[in-house]
Write a protein that binds this ligand. Structure first.
Ligand SMILES: CC(C)(COP(=O)(O)OP(=O)(O)OC[C@H]1O[C@@H](n2cnc3c(N)ncnc32)[C@H](O)[C@@H]1OP(=O)(O)O)[C@@H](O)C(=O)NCCC(=O)NCCS
Length: 189
């Protein structure tokens, strides 16, 4: 009996979460954000979009469960069409993701850094800065990779699992490691 009650409670809770996401999507669309009706968002996806940010998602793009998408005031966060964002990803700030790009699970893409040069002031009081991240079309980003601020990833590039991308990636390159370096160019094996 207790198991049945637990299942019913979990079902009600999941429906409530779905309703919350539905309401957030509706509010964002009404506020003018271009979120395609064919785009889908999995359970527990968090859309933390400030009212002064610009957010867009193209046709047929998918965001899987437990991913967070965050845009602060004045940020432009643009996800193209046919983009696949797997589970537990974090995408935050001024980020453009080109159409057809695939993003593996647990990937982090954040355009911000804390300032820390003043050794006499706590880092938390030094503010920070954002530099936009630009990801091309038909890119594949492996699981657990992190893309740091200001990085541009060229069209058709492949980012290996667990990479830390600190510098621009040429179109068609395969990069891996921490910091990510070019392993080879696609089509040269
Ligand atoms: C990078 C990747 C695509 C393979 O590319 P590849 O060109 O076929 O690579 P190879 O297996 O021939 O390896 C080439 C070199 O890269 C290295 N390498 C491969 N994957 C790596 C990784 N994730 N990090 C660091 N180095 C890596 C190999 O050790 C090898 O190094 P070596 O030449 O010194 O021996 C693959 O390893 C990978 O990381 N895929 C992501 C998988 C994933 O995240 N899936 C889930 C999300 S959809």
């Amino acid at each position: 009996m207790k198991v049945l009650i637990a299942h019913i409670a979990a079902w009600i809770f999941s429906k409530m979460q779905g309703a919350e996401l539905f309401l957030i999507l509706r509010a964002l669309r009404r506020a003018g954000h271009a979120i395609a009706s064919s785009a889908t968002f999995g359970p527990r996806v968090q859309l933390r979009i400030d009212s002064r940010a610009t957010f867009s998602v193209g046709e047929r793009s998918q965001v899987l469960h437990d991913s967070w998408i965050i845009a602060h005031p004045a940020n432009v966060l643009a996800i193209g069409s046919d983009v696949f964002i797997s589970q537990h990803c974090t995408i935050s700030g001024n980020v453009r993701i080109g159409s057809g790009t695939l993003i593996g699970g647990f990937v982090t893409i954040i355009d911000g850094n804390h300032a820390f040069d003043d050794v006499h002031t706590p880092i938390r009081e030094q503010g920070g800065r954002q530099l936009p991240i630009d990801i091309g079309t038909d890119v594949w980003i492996g699981a657990h990779a992190i893309v740091l601020q200001g990085v541009r990833i060229g069209d058709g590039a492949v980012i290996a699992a667990n990479a830390t991308v600190t510098r621009d990636v040429p179109a068609g390159a395969i990069v891996g490691g921490t910091p990510a370096r070019v392993i080879r160019m696609r089509g040269t094996k």
